[in-house]
Ligand binder design. Structure first.
Ligand code: FCB
Length: 449
């Protein structure tokens, strides 16, 4: 049996990622809370992982003790700016305390400024007055986001240089406005495209604002990248659909940033100020889609997805374990933006019983290592997530944490994956012993004899 270790470059960032609304608890002043109260989600966020109540401390301890040297979390706009004319300095101070907490534990911070949640006042803005749409549909959002970013970055700059403006603008827009699973539950592709265009404008403004305040900042966004294959490889219609969906889901932001013209399924949008506004690319990778042509159901193109039928599925079949997709995503990234640093800003699987997670982690880290070996400038990996958290419309049915969470008692449950990931972080690599110990079922795939 081969014995070897796949090593990573010195200084590689090993961490986990979280998002404010998913872990903080009691985020009563944003549009998700309202959406939950209206019964659109599987349970409500409630106390979540109680980070706002202070449990971030014990979770950061866990991260540090298990060898993580980086953490990505997001700040909650509705806490920092509870009404359009008020800044909550206490909330900002709390985030500063959390950032000091990371620094004390030698953990590099990456801060996301927008991760799916919006202040209620923003979500309602524009209603009945200008007729120009609400929330991110209203063009005023660009200037409002700029203000919020200026205030927040100015308050936190002492502790952070790695900034992520917006998490998964494609998923936010498509889920909220094309397939209706996120608030406001709309199903209109044109509205989704308008939202994503405003997000790109806001990203561009944020990019410049952050650099103005902090010239040494590294600013980017997190793209949910979805490799796709036609269901029937030889079918011209499946291939056509695959290409349409691929461009619609994956290419809007990247095309806008490359050229200043955002590609979209309903026509291109010129946003010249977006050109070149990234210092790194954040890639969120989870799985691969298969795409097919459904006669009479063109609307399903952006709302329905499928996996290869014989896949290694997660507990609720939400994710198919296809590690090569991570390699393909990174290859796409490095070809699209040669020399731009790349960070895997999210990757993980829902698995309450931790049956699949160990092999999911080992196989994805193996693919990451393959990519790193071409000297592609990949700087870090953030596993989603540190601890179970509120999984949006799917609520508590999907458990993505290395640590489990008992909602009743707030107790953390140490899953075997904690120890595997700790060994990877501490070794700065993946060894044959680790695979043998935690997921022998994929040993041959990772260390072929
Ligand atoms: C991503 C989101 C993140 C989490 C994971 C599972 O799309 O960015 O908040 O929900 O999926």
């Amino acid at each position: 049996m081969p014995q070897a270790t796949y090593h990573f470059p010195r200084g590689f960032l090993w961490g986990t990622a979280t998002a404010a609304h998913q872990v903080e608890g009691n985020n009563t002043n944003n549009q998700w809370w309202q959406w939950e109260q209206a019964g659109h989600t599987n349970g409500t966020s409630g106390l979540a992982a109680d980070w706002w109540g202070g449990r971030w401390r014990e979770d950061f301890d866990r991260a540090a003790e298990t060898g993580q040297n980086a953490h990505r979390f997001s700040v909650e706009w509705s806490r920092i700016q509870p009404t359009p004319d008020r800044w909550d300095e206490e909330a900002l101070e709390k985030y500063r305390t959390m950032l000091r907490g990371l620094r004390e534990r030698n953990i590099t911070a990456m801060v996301t400024l927008h991760h799916f949640s919006d202040p209620l006042w923003l979500a309602e803005k524009g209603a009945h007055s200008t007729g120009s749409g609400q929330g991110w549909e209203n063009p005023e959002v660009v200037a409002l986001f700029e203000k919020f970013v200026r205030k927040t970055v100015d308050a936190l700059k002492e502790y952070v240089t790695l900034w992520c403006t917006i998490n998964e603008p494609n998923i936010y827009a498509l889920s909220g406005y094309a397939n209706g699973t996120f608030p406001p539950g709309a199903t209109d592709l044109k509205r989704a495209v308008n939202v994503i265009a405003n997000m790109l404008r806001a990203h561009a403004v944020a990019y410049r604002t952050i650099h103005q305040i902090q010239p040494e900042a590294r600013v980017g966004y997190a793209l949910h990248f979805r490799p796709m294959v036609p269901k029937v490889g030889w079918s011209p219609l499946d291939r056509l659909m695959r290409n349409l969906r691929y461009d619609g889901v994956n290419m809007a932001f990247p095309s806008g940033i490359s050229t200043g013209v955002m590609k979209s399924p309903v026509g291109n949008v010129s946003i010249p100020e977006a050109k070149g506004t990234q210092d790194y690319l954040g890639v969120n990778y989870y799985s691969v889609d298969t795409v097919s042509f459904h006669l009479g159901k063109p609307k399903e193109l952006f709302t329905h997805s499928d996996f290869p039928t014989d896949s290694d599925f997660s507990a609720n079949k939400f994710i198919a374990n296809i590690p090569e997709g991570l390699y393909d995503s990174l290859k796409w990234a490095v070809r699209t933006y040669p020399d731009l640093p790349i960070i895997v800003t999210e990757n993980g699987v829902e698995d309450a019983e931790d049956k699949m997670r160990p092999r999911y982690i080992a196989q994805h880290i193996h693919q990451l290592w393959r990519a790193v070996n071409f000297n592609w400038p990949i700087k870090g990996y953030f596993h989603w997530s540190l601890v179970d958290n509120f999984e949006w419309e799917r609520g508590w049915t999907q458990r993505f944490g290395l640590w489990g969470l008992d909602l009743e008692t707030q107790k953390r449950i140490r899953r075997p994956s904690v120890d595997l990931y700790a060994e990877i972080c501490k070794e700065n690599g993946l060894s044959s012993e680790m695979v043998q110990k935690y997921c022998p079922e994929v040993f041959e795939k990772i260390f072929p004899s």
